[in-house]
Design a protein. Structure first.
Lengths: 493, 508
């Protein structure tokens, strides 16, 4: 089973869902689940193949598309792409399971959902920057639709803001890519070819920040992060999971695999600025999360803080830093998916509030113990406690950081402490309120359904598996980092 | 492989309890208790093996970085493992009669047990820290959700202080990883014995005008902070009285019997060998803190009116002797015999205190189960007439805590003082005051609680039932046997102590 099945399964799912007669609209979720499972299996098979045959040639598919312009349908899957495909597949399966109760226009919902998934798979597999950009754009419109139609709280505003930021970012990316294409002789959009060209340092000095910023907007880099919390909060649960879980990773992936290899000298010149903004994002995101009243806003700002670690790892740009950045992408994808799933689906669908004060009246620990336990574990994972994936990722970034910018470690340590504080605060207020015996007893809430339990366990088990035994993931990531794309970055002083 | 099983068995039990939705309170408790006998059997079986390393298991964690999941059982680890098994089973048995304990409660205790197994066997910082932090979540939830009215505050304080301490510890070990490329305790200990840590550290973190030793001292202090919070060493004990008093009493048995031992174990097995190069410069500070812990624990216990808080402070005092021994070893490593005595005393004191303190808290649990009401020293009175058997057996535990020769509490303190009188005479002399104060407050407790006129509300309280007698009987046996035959414990710790001595050999 080759990795192209991931893209195929997603778009085949879209087609099937759209062809479904309206009498059978309820089957849309089953098709979506099947399509996501095929994607996960294909990604997992690819990972296993790579792990068992590390010397084998990387899977590669290169078909001419618009040969006159040097545009090819070029897909390739190294270790980094494969792990990210697996992450996408896992979040997709969990997202469908958490959307099992969507009854408003289910066919359209799952069609948009699978379109995003297919676009994300496409970005992670593309080896041609034009194709990559097309897939990147495919993701934007469905996001708007999902939020504007199925969203909650301020959905039009959130959806529009998010789309505006995304399109703005895309415009910058397009400028950066076209500049590189033109400067390299306007013969090919192939990523490896463009990366092998050495651009003049004056070009790199301005083209790098343009291209990097375009991607970094989607990765939630401070101060261009404001779309993230509002968008995440407005989105329906599955869309929040996708947005925070995988779409933000597209930005980081683009920054790592396109912006940095294309303009290594520009990166060298600007990396201190990236590191600084990343650290500000870590601390600022955590502080803002500390002040939120809405549970989903807490998670939204925590995403900004966690994505700061990814950007920081990129800025550090040594083996530990890049490894940590990718591990953090995977880890945050899973944990953010989990947190949004619990807050947005499990809790909100039952209590119809996400306000930390109003939630106290429900005494969730007594009325919904399953959700309380799951959220406690997810909080522990989000805080980066050892044993969960976040720890491995953050410790790798910190080790890398220490070698590159030792003094920034202090600020990061402060960020980690504040993360502990806001996570505990939100968990306490929402799930373990202090109640007097005189308070009215909480009403009984329906217990967790099978789809919720399976989605929660899936994500928790993966986070624990990475945290306890990260070796296979690290082996895959190291395999990807050996690609010729990263030679120029990893050989920087 | 058996070691991996040992660590996983409690987690498996917790998972089974988690999915067994039909279990009521009693069945869940019985299942957890029976399940906790599995690791006990496992540890007992490993105990039959002799030699340095009884069991080992290893797995690569992050490739090319010298980070492994590495677990080893040797004699010292084995003693802490068996203590863990015993106290956990003891606490589970005590919880059976509790009205509020449910499935979640019992599975959290089993998770705690698994994490403790990891802490007492890991030989690499990564798995050790993983398990160290893992103990935090179940113990926090146990205090928070099943504790008294002040539990939320107490649990939060416990959590924050411990987490803060571990953050420093993590930074300390990360700096070692960056400078020598390993966090394996054995390798770090060997490097320290060759005096290579300080130079490597100062090469990686060049700070102008700072001696290499100073840098290592800073790292050592960061690690010490994390361990000191757990032990706890004054002034990092602020979380302890409230947490011990607010936690349900069977959980307090775990807190004092096991969690505090993580600190002792860490100081003995990790802190001493890894920071051997700078121990002499740390010694004055360590000694001062240890003496303060011994004295403050005793004085504060003397001032308490609540039974639980009094025993809590007496724990601070008793573990202070362990800190004292470690400080003495840090101060002077010239006299091999004295160092060996102090180290053996530390191990014995930790193990025996675990049994004695959990027996004392079990006694309090029995009093609580007889009737609600205040727990003050003056709220009982004349219990001897009403509950003669209870007073007899808990009297033995109190005397063991007081250090009466022939009972297990004596032997550890004796060895510690034997060692410290040679190594740091002044600190030892001052700390003797702690021993005297212990006698004062424990005897006062016996007088006020057991003797005097019978308080009216106690008139209907029944004496110990069969199950309670059996449990208390077992605990007393575990107090009397090592008291009369300390060799039973020393034969396990000796090899490990000798290895430690080799790593700590005097600086030429």
């Amino acid at each position: 089973m080759n990795p192209a099945w991931t893209i195929l399964s997603a778009f085949a799912g879209v087609l099937l869902v759209l062809l479904l007669p309206s009498r059978f609209a309820g089957l849309a979720r089953v098709i979506a689940l099947a399509a996501s499972i095929v994607g996960v299996v294909a990604a997992a098979a690819g990972c296993l193949q790579r792990l068992t045959h590390p010397e084998a040639k990387v899977w590669d598919l290169n078909l001419p598309w618009v040969p006159e312009l040097g545009i090819h349908f070029h897909l390739s899957a190294n270790g980094i792409s494969l792990t990210l495909l697996l992450l996408t597949g896992l979040v997709a399966v969990a997202g469908v399971l958490f959307s099992w109760n969507v009854s408003h226009r289910p066919r359209a919902f799952f069609a948009w959902f699978l379109t995003i998934i297919g676009g994300v798979y496409g970005v992670f597999l593309s080896r041609d920057v034009f194709l990559l950009f097309v897939c990147y754009e495919v993701v934007i419109l469905p996001k708007y639709m999902l939020i504007a139609i199925w969203g909650s709280t301020n959905k039009e505003y959130g959806a529009m803001k998010l789309t505006m930021y995304s399109i703005g970012g895309s415009a910058l990316i397009l400028i950066g890519l076209v500049v590189a294409y033109a400067a390299a002789g306007a013969t090919s959009f192939d990523l490896d070819f463009l990366a092998s060209v050495t651009y003049s340092s004056s070009l790199q000095a301005w083209a790098f920040p343009v291209l990097f910023l375009g991607f970094a907007v989607l990765a939630g880099m401070w101060p261009f992060h404001t779309w993230a919390p509002t968008g995440h909060v407005a989105a329906p649960t599955a869309a929040s999971m996708l947005l925070a879980g995988v779409v933000m990773k597209l930005g980081a992936y683009g920054a790592l695999c396109v912006a940095m290899p294309l303009f290594p000298q520009g990166f060298e010149q600007w990396k201190w600025a990236i590191a600084l903004l990343a650290v500000v994002g870590i601390v600022y995101g955590a502080l803002t999360a500390l002040a939120q009243k809405d549970l989903k806003f807490v998670i939204g700002y925590s995403s900004v803080s966690h994505m700061g670690f990814v950007l920081l790892g990129l800025a550090v740009a040594n083996q530990w830093g890049l490894r940590g950045a990718i591990l953090q992408m995977i880890s945050h994808g899973i944990i953010a998916g989990l947190l949004f799933g619990i807050a947005g689906r499990v809790v909100y669908e039952r209590t119809h509030t996400r306000d930390l004060t109003e939630l106290q009246a429900f005494d969730l620990w007594k009325s919904l113990p399953g959700a309380a336990i799951a959220f406690t574990l997810a909080t522990a994972a989000s805080m980066g406690l050892p044993g969960f994936s976040g720890f491995v990722a953050e410790i790798s970034v910190v080790i890398g950081l220490w070698r590159a910018f030792p003094w920034l470690t202090l600020a990061v340590a402060i960020g980690i402490i504040i993360t502990g504080a806001f996570s505990l605060r939100a968990m306490h207020r929402a799930f373990f309120p202090v109640r007097k015996p005189s308070d009215t007893p909480a009403q009984i809430l329906p217990s967790l359904t099978w789809s919720e339990i399976s989605a929660i366990s899936l994500l928790l088990v993966v986070s624990l598996a990475i945290g306890i035994y990260p070796k296979p993931w690290v082996v895959l990531i190291d395999d990807g980092l050996r690609s010729s794309l990263f030679h120029s970055i990893l050989s920087l002083p | 492989m058996i070691l991996l099983l040992l660590i996983l068995v409690p987690f498996l039990g917790a998972a089974l309890l988690g999915v067994w939705s039909g279990a009521d309170r009693r069945n869940a408790g019985r299942f957890a208790l029976l399940w906790s006998l599995l690791p006990l059997a496992c540890v007992a079986w490993v105990g039959g093996r002799s030699g340095g390393v009884m069991e080992e298991w290893k797995l690569e964690w992050i490739p090319d970085a010298g980070m492994d999941l590495c677990f080893t059982v040797d004699g010292i680890s084995w003693l802490f493992l068996i203590l863990t098994c015993l106290v956990v089973s003891f606490s589970l048995a005590a919880s059976l009669s509790s009205e509020r304990a449910n499935r979640a409660y019992f599975s959290l205790i089993l998770i705690l047990e698994g994490a403790l197994f990891g802490v007492f066997t890991a030989r690499h910082f990564i798995p050790w820290f993983l398990c160290w932090e893992l103990t935090l979540i179940p113990s926090y939830l146990l205090i928070r959700l099943w504790g008294g009215s002040g539990a939320p505050r107490a649990a939060l304080r416990f959590f924050i202080m411990t987490l803060g301490g571990s953050a420093f510890m993590l930074v300390g070990f990360l700096s070692l990883q960056l400078s020598v490329g390993t966090m394996d305790f054995t390798k770090l200990g060997n490097l320290a014995a060759l005096h290579q840590l300080a130079p490597a550290l100062s090469k990686t973190f060049p700070v102008a005008g700072m001696a290499p030793q100073t840098l290592l001292v800073i790292v050592a202090l960061a690690v010490f902070l994390g361990l000191a919070v757990k032990l706890p060493v004054v002034p990092f004990h602020a979380w302890l009285p409230a947490a011990y008093a607010e936690a349900p009493t069977p959980v307090t048995m775990l807190l004092t019997g096991l969690l505090s031992k993580m600190g002792v174990y860490g100081l003995l097995r990790i802190f001493l060998p890894v920071f051997a190069e700078v121990l002499p410069s740390l010694a004055p500070l360590l000694t001062a803190l240890a003496v303060a812990t011994v004295l403050l624990g005793a004085v504060a216990a003397l001032a308490q009116t609540d039974l639980k808080r009094m025993i809590a402070y007496s724990s601070v005092n008793h573990l202070g002797y362990c800190a004292l021994a470690i400080a003495a070893v840090a101060a002077a490593q010239t006299d091999r015999g004295a160092v060996s005595a102090a180290l053996s005393g530390t191990v014995l004191q930790a193990i025996n205190h675990g049994i004695i303190a959990s027996s004392l808290f079990f006694g309090i649990h029995i009093l609580e189960s007889r009737g609600d009401g205040p727990r003050g020293l003056r709220d009982f009175g004349g219990l001897r007439v009403q509950m003669p058997v209870f007073c007899g057996v808990s009297g033995i535990a109190v005397f063991a805590s007081l250090g009466l020769p022939g009972l297990s509490g004596f032997i550890g303190e004796f060895l510690i003082f034997k060692g410290t009188f040679t190594l740091t005479p002044w600190a030892a002399v001052i700390s003797v005051i702690g021993l005297l104060l212990t006698a004062v407050f424990l005897l006062r407790m016996i007088r006020l609680v057991f003797h005097g006129p019978l308080a009216a509300r106690l008139a209907k309280w029944p004496d110990l039932g069969t199950g309670e007698r059996a449990l208390f009987g077992l605990a007393i046996a575990l107090i009397v046997i090592p008291g009369l035959w300390p060799q039973a414990l020393l034969q396990f710790s000796n090899t490990g102590i000798l290895q430690l001595l080799d790593l700590l050999r005097p600086i030429p």
